[in-house]
Design a protein around this ligand. Sequence first.
Ligand SMILES: Cc1cc2nc3c(=O)[nH]c(=O)nc-3n(C[C@H](O)[C@H](O)[C@H](O)COP(=O)(O)OP(=O)(O)OC[C@H]3O[C@@H](n4cnc5c(N)ncnc54)[C@H](O)[C@@H]3O)c2cc1C
Length: 384
Amino acid sequence: MDFSLSEEQRMIKDSVRKFAQERIIPYAHQWDHEGKFPRELLYKMGELGYLGVPIPEEYGGAGLDYISEAIVFEEVGYADSSVRTTLSVQMSLVELTILKWGTEAQKQKYLPNLCSGQSIGCFGLTEPNAGSDAGNISTSAKRSGDGWVLSGQKVWISNGTWADVAIVFAQTEPGSKHRGMAAFLVDTKTSGFTSRKMTGKLGLKASDTGELFLDNVQVPESALLGKVGEGFKIAMSALDNGRYGVASGCVGTAQRALDVSVRYAKERIAFDKPIASFQMVQDMLAQMKVDVEAARLLVYNAGWVKNQGLVSTIPVSIAKLFATEAAKRNADMAIQVHGGYGYSDEYEPEKLWRDCRVASLYEGTSQIQKLIIGRDLTGIAAFE
Ligand SMILES: Cc1cc2nc3c(=O)[nH]c(=O)nc-3n(C[C@H](O)[C@H](O)[C@H](O)COP(=O)(O)OP(=O)(O)OC[C@H]3O[C@@H](n4cnc5c(N)ncnc54)[C@H](O)[C@@H]3O)c2cc1C
């Protein structure tokens, strides 16, 4: 495997980095305090092709490979995890899921607007009583005439109050768990569909997180994504893409934690010397560097597998598990390098630490990634 970047990948990296330095980094702290970032940012990112990186050009995407996608997530993740989360959900969980499972009419209807940023998507799987145990959802889908009626509640849905279209997972046969699940593409303006912003989060404050309420929402048969009974498979395939985005974004976070720490260590004087001259500070920096490099290689490995069109579940789980934990370790270490100042919101590490804490929770906790890897190793599923 050769992980050197192609000319095209290098150009994307430079272009997203420049965009992030000019349009995201200077404002990220303000957005964190305000609890939102401007909607217009997504229009601009859509114009530049950042919202549809791996989507074919015929559907409005950039038609690029999965390493290019990882590069975009890494650079945006370097700048701000809230914006990266919004982008991950849009591109990995919504667009790629419609691309894989949608009919031609669904692809034509949704993908161009999602890629351009004219439309925002969300992914509605988690419920108050079903997170890791996604097969246990209770949102119901009942046949009605030649369509369906959906009722239930979703929680912790990123882009939840912003979304124009929601992928909603529902149960068509109560008690049948995975076997009866189905996925629906629901326009959020449909009567009976409401959402409410969730507040009080530890971090990722500028990212929209919402609850969705479906009160007898009537959708036509054409809203069904895939077939009845394929819902769980669709959710898991979407998470294969989503986890890759989270892992890539966390490489950016881990790199940022390292960069700000190296800079600070060279500037901060203690015992008449820059703290960078102390071996134990270099020990922290070296450990952070190893974490960043290892995380990036695991992401590129998973991207390579995806580019070959092979099943990527295990390499993606490994990359997600390692990169999210590495980002948390690096953000924590960055606070240590900064001493007391690391505890202040006037310096970078505090926000990095708060923002990346969620990465080992959403899209499958670290424990769930270990169970997926363990099942592959032993042939025994420890979570069924
Ligand atoms: C900011 C944010 C954004 C999110 N965005 C979305 C979104 O866009 N769409 C969406 O659908 N969901 C979203 N989620 C939900 C997220 O995916 C879930 O929170 C996550 O899957 C965990 O589910 P849970 O919170 O119900 O925890 P639980 O499933 O209750 O888990 C609690 C603890 O038990 C452990 N555990 C559970 N089962 C097992 C087991 N079998 N073996 C070992 N340990 C186990 C878990 O690892 C965890 O440590 C988001 C969450 C957050 C916080």
